[in-house]
Design a protein around this ligand. Structure first.
Ligand SMILES: Cc1cc2nc3c(=O)[nH]c(=O)nc-3n(C[C@H](O)[C@H](O)[C@H](O)COP(=O)(O)O)c2cc1C
Length: 192
């Protein structure tokens, strides 16, 4: 199984980085071929330019500015995002990755102006994230990133397996809760 792990956090000492290491380590231990896309480390530019916007619907030329990332995404059978939840959304670098790489003709196609799935090659989809907020506060805020993953990404990929793994209430989490979540993520990766 070929997995693309998209990771978005600027600090190597972060909890998110520890989660990323668990994800990559466990999938590799299963014999999966893991492509780690560390957006900060790779210096990914998240800004969609005027030229890219104008060519957004020009299939296949629209992929030219991010061709290598599109190839990596197309090669994947499993897609795993690891990031901290910021302002009840994705870190800007990850939002920009999705804006620039999840293009028409790549992640979806428009048929008579309506979105049809383009990521059917993704058989397993997972998100590993953390929130400062409690589950209730995230729910009260509408939890936009969770909805994007479980509704939009699910629709355009139709995976056999989808896992949304979140540690809430990080602002009050002690070592035991953090360790338990790392163990849960490890177990989930073993059976993804
Ligand atoms: C810029 C920024 C914005 C944040 N916004 C939110 C938020 O909207 N909701 C939330 O639950 N936590 C928020 N947090 C808390 C992060 O989710 C928390 O710091 C993170 O999950 C901890 O993981 P880390 O140690 O890997 O950074 C925010 C943190 C930062 C730095």
């Amino acid at each position: 199984m070929r997995a693309l792990v998209v990771f978005a956090h600027p600090c190597e000492e972060s909890f998110s980085a520890a989660l990323k290491d668990v994800v990559v380590g466990r999938l590799a231990a299963r014999g999966w071929q893991v492509d780690l896309c560390d957006l900060y480390a790779e210096g990914f530019d998240p800004v969609l330019t005027a030229e890219e916007r104008r060519a957004y619907h020009d299939i296949p030329g629209n992929t030219a500015p991010v061709a290598a990332h599109v190839d990596r995404l197309r090669a994947a059978e499993a897609l795993i995002f690891v990031y901290p939840t910021w302002n009840f959304g994705f870190p800007a670098i990850l939002k920009g990755y999705i804006d620039r790489v999840f293009l028409p003709g790549v992640s979806f196609v428009l048929k008579d102006g309506l979105v049809a799935p383009g990521l059917r090659h993704i058989r397993k989809l997972a998100v590993v994230t953390s929130y400062g907020a409690t589950p209730f506060r995230a729910w009260a805020a509408g939890n936009p990133p969770k909805r994007y993953v479980t509704r939009v990404l699910r629709y355009i990929s139709r995976p056999d397996r989808l896992r949304y793994l979140a540690l809430y209430d990080m602002n009050r989490a002690n070592d035991a809760r953090r360790r338990a979540f790392l163990a849960r993520v490890a177990a989930e990766m073993d059976r993804l």
